[in-house]
Structures are given as structure tokens and as C-alpha cells.
Design a protein around this ligand. Structure first.
Ligand code: DC
Length: 456
């Protein structure tokens, strides 16, 4: 989902966008910083700012990255260097350059693609994201804007007078509004806000209210008693006979995994005994759902690709498990909706956020979908680590490779570890990359714990 904030310099866009993104659990994109970065690169390269061919050549040589709080130009953090009056003055021709705009608009769309972003600039609601969920056009009285900018620059030690700022601001406003390409105008469906008389907190509160009113798929808080609709395909999971059947199956499965793979488990007490839980596990083999089922003890809901339900060898097994079909690998939007419904019904759900089985035993980066999911649930997250399942049944082997009875650690022996439940709201509030990295680390730690007990 995209939220755009456009408007003139000094209206408070950047601060508002940053704070709004934090409150919504979105990422934040300062597109002005991108134009400034290209300006700095052009100034350093002594490029003629009006020469489109030269600018096109320059763009080929720069690599721009925007991690939180930094602006990286070819590996160098230029967050401060782009805020000088010289860069501000030279950013005009750069922002009016068709080649630069085409390239930056393309980058901005790629950065935000499929993610939740608050994007701030001049043309975000009109050109870059015309279908944004919510658009704002933030203005303020010109003198007040100049005062804010003056405060900001003098605090940094720049010697500049208020009059100079008013003058350059007037020129910039007129230039940004009058340019042929992507002029600074409010989108027809933008909400106009005037920040002159408002505090930053008041501006952001108003924006947050507008965005939340438009968010269509926000999961409502989990109901205390999970309702079971007649159309619920897994309604049987909540019946007494199913729970009894699960207990009966548990023993033979346990025996099978002990004989074939010397399975070892730890952290079973970390599994919540009732209510929803989101189990996130590394994915080494087709055995993984059964392995996690053994350590969780409770009947779990699994996700499986629709094609697996029709698999001639183990389609029957998928169908007899509490599996719900999803259309694609990884957790797409359909998968997210499916999981949320199951969590709301108070059931534990197992997902493999890497999206597919490992090719070489090492963990893959987590797919961004898991963050989207966590932002919409309040269920505890239980990290799960599996070790040895890759050795027992790697992706490239057609059949598993069981170890002989009780063989000490070696090929074919498997272990699994459950970590302490994590608070979803903590990860929901984090920028996505950070949350994914931390969750990756949690799963990885469990995997190492599992590896340790496998080798004992
Ligand atoms: O918001 P700012 O002052 O950091 O913007 C720097 C320059 O980039 C300024 O000349 C306006 C221009 N700009 C633009 O043309 N389009 C955007 N989306 C963002 C900034």
C-alpha cells in the first residue's frame, strides 16, 4: 500500500512522512533526496546540468541506495552532503531533466513495488503512484516555511539569512509549479493540509486517521472465542474426535521418525497450548511439516501449493493433513488472507517464510510477505529451527534417506527446536528489512540449537 505526501519545500513533508510511516509500520521514501543525490553526483562530475546526454551518461555510473536514515551514492553515505545550499540551488535543472525524471520515477516504483511505503516529494500522487491508497498535499504559509528552513540551516552552521531563504524558496516554488514535466500540483484526489498552525503531531494524527479509514484489509483484533463459519474447510480441527485422532496418530508418527531419523526435539514448552500462533520455520525438506507437527504437539494448519494436493505420491497425505491450498510459492496475498482467517479462528499455522526448500542446506532470505502478515496479526510468533532434514531428504533427491535405528548424528538424523514466542507488534512496528533480518536470525538461532542437539 502506498501513501503519498507532496507539497512545497518546508511544509514539513519529510518529518510528517517519516513519523507517519513509523506509526503505520510502513517504509519511508524521501524522493527529494534522490534528486539531490543525482545533483551532487552531477556537480562532482562537473556535468553540464542542461545536457541531457551527459546526464544520461552520468546516471549509468551511479548506484543509489536508500536504506533507513541514509542515502548511499556508490557506497558513500551522502545524507549530509546533499543538504547544502549549493545542491539545493542546482537541484532545479536536475529535477526538470526528462532523463533524470524518467529514471528516478522508475526507481521509485521499483523500490515501492508490492510493499507498504509512505512516499514524499512533488509528483508522488500525480505521476509516480496515481493509484496510491491515500494522497496528501501539505502546504504552509511561505514565511513560516522559510523560518523553519532557516532554523534548520543555522542549526547546522550554514550562514544564510532569512531573506535569502525566502527569495530562493519563492524561485523554487515558482519553478517546481511551472515546469512542464511533473509540475508540483495536488492530485485531484489529494487531501490538502495546511501545517502553518499545526504541530507535527497534529499533522501526522490527521494523516494517520485518513489512512486507517481507507485501509481495506486490516485484520480486526482477534475475537476472544473463535467463530466457526459453516464454510470453514478445517472446522473438523476443533472437534473432539479430531483431537483424539490427532493424539492417536502422534504416537505412530513419533515412532516412525525415531526409527528412521533418530528425531530429537527441544523447546516443546514454548508452543502456546491454546489460541493462535504463527510458527515460522526454515525449510529443508518435504518432511518439515511433519517434523514441526511432532514438536508442536497441537494440530497445525499447513499451507501447501495447490499442485501438491494433486501429487500422485503424497497428494493423499497433503489432503489428510490440515492443509489449505495456496496458488503460489511463498506467501502471496492469497496465502496471507488464508493464514489470517486461520489465526482468527484461534488455530496455530505453520509457514516457511523462505518460500521454498533450501538448495544446499543454508537458509534463504525471508520473503517480504511474512512481514505483511505479521503486521496484520496479533498472534504470537514461534520461531522453529530444523536441522538434518536436508541431509535426510535434500531437494535434489527423489526419496528420503533414513538413518539406521538410533545411529548417532550422521546423515539422516533430524532434530528440531522451538524458540520462545515473539511479540508480533514489535516486528510490525519495525522497518521491513530490519524485521526480516531479525526474524531470520531468530529462526537461524533455533536451527543452530537443533544442530547442537543433533550432534550430542
Ligand atoms: O524536497 P527537496 O527539497 O529535498 O527536493 C529537492 C529537489 O528535487 C527540489 O528541486 C524538488 C525536486 N523534487 C522533484 O522534482 N520531485 C520530487 N518527487 C521530489 C523532489
Amino acid at each position: 500500500m502506498i501513501v503519498t505526501i507532496d507539497g512545497p519545500a518546508g511544509a514539513g513533508k519529510s518529518s510528517a512522512a517519516r513519523m507517519l510511516a513509523q506509526r503505520l509500520g510502513f517504509d519511508f521514501l524521501d524522493t527529494g533526496a534522490m534528486y539531490r543525490a543525482v545533483t551532487l553526483a552531477a556537480l562532482r562530475a562537473n556535468c553540464d546540468l542542461a545536457d541531457q546526454n551527459a546526464l544520461a551518461g552520468l546516471l549509468e555510473t551511479i548506484h543509489l541506495d536508500m536504506p533507513p536514515g541514509r542515502v548511499m551514492l556508490n557506497g558513500e553515505n551522502i545524507a549530509d552532503a546533499i543538504r547544502t545550499p549549493a545542491v539545493t540551488a542546482a537541484s532545479g535543472p536536475i529535477a526538470s531533466s526528462p532523463v533524470v525524471r524518467t529514471r528516478l520515477v522508475d526507481w521509485q516504483r521499483k523500490i515501492a513495488d508490492g510493499r507498504d511505503f509512505v512516499c514524499e516529494g512533488r509528483d508522488q500522487g500525480t505521476i509516480v503512484f496515481p493509484h496510491a491508497l491515500c494522497k496528501f498535499f501539505l502546504v504552509a504559509d511561505p514565511l513560516e516555511r522559510a523560518r523553519r528552513r532557516h532554523r534548520e540551516l543555522t542549526q547546522r552552521g550554514d550562514a544564510i539569512t532569512l531573506e535569502e531563504i525566502v527569495k530562493s524558496q519563492e524561485e523554487r516554488d515558482a519553478r517546481d509549479a511551472a515546469r512542464d514535466i511533473a509540475p508540483m500540483v495536488p492530485a485531484p484526489d489529494a487531501i490538502q493540509l495546511d501545517s502553518t498552525q499545526l504541530t507535527l503531531d497534529e499533522v501526522v494524527a490527521r494523516m494517520e486517521q485518513e489512512v486507517r479509514a481507507r485501509q481495506p484489509n486490516r485484520a480486526p483484533p482477534l475475537p476472544p472465542v473463535a467463530p466457526i463459519s459453516p464454510g470453514d474447510p478445517l472446522a473438523r480441527m476443533d472437534t473432539a474426535w479430531f483431537k483424539a485422532w490427532h493424539e492417536c496418530l502422534y504416537l505412530p508418527y513419533h515412532l516412525l521418525f525415531t526409527l528412521a531419523f533418530s528425531i530429537r526435539k527441544q523447546g516443546m514448552r514454548n508452543m502456546p497450548w491454546t489460541g493462535p500462533a504463527l510458527l515460522i520455520s526454515n525449510h529443508q525438506s518435504y518432511l518439515d511439516p511433519l517434523i514441526v507437527g511432532l514438536v508442536a504437539r497441537r494440530p497445525l494448519v499447513y499451507l501447501a501449493r495447490r499442485t501438491l494436493f494433486r501429487n500422485p505420491y503424497f497428494g493423499w497425505m497433503i489432503r489428510s493433513m490440515n492443509a489449505v491450498p495456496i496458488d503460489q510459492e511463498g506467501i502471496g496475498l492469497d496465502g496471507i488472507r488464508t493464514i489470517l482467517v486461520q489465526l482468527q479462528r484461534g488455530r496455530p499455522v505453520l509457514v516457511f517464510p523462505e518460500g521454498r526448500r533450501t538448495d544446499d542446506g543454508a537458509m534463504l532470505p525471508l520473503k517480504p510477505g511474512v512481514h505483511l502478515l505479521i503486521k496484520r496479526t496479533q498472534a504470537p510468533i514461534v520461531p522453529v529451527g530444523i536441522a538434518g532434514a536436508y541431509g535426510a531428504w535434500p531437494i535434489w533427491r527423489k526419496y528420503p534417506w533414513p538413518a539406521p535405528l538410533f545411529l548417532p548424528a550422521g546423515p539422516g538424523t533430524i532434530s528440531v527446536s522451538l524458540g520462545k514466542p515473539l511479540d508480533a507488534s514489535r516486528y510490525a512496528a519495525m522497518p521491513r528489512e530490519e524485521a526480516l533480518q531479525e526474524l531470520f536470525d531468530k529462526i537461524h538461532t533455533e536451527q543452530q540449537r537443533a544442530e547442537n542437539i543433533r550432534r550430542k
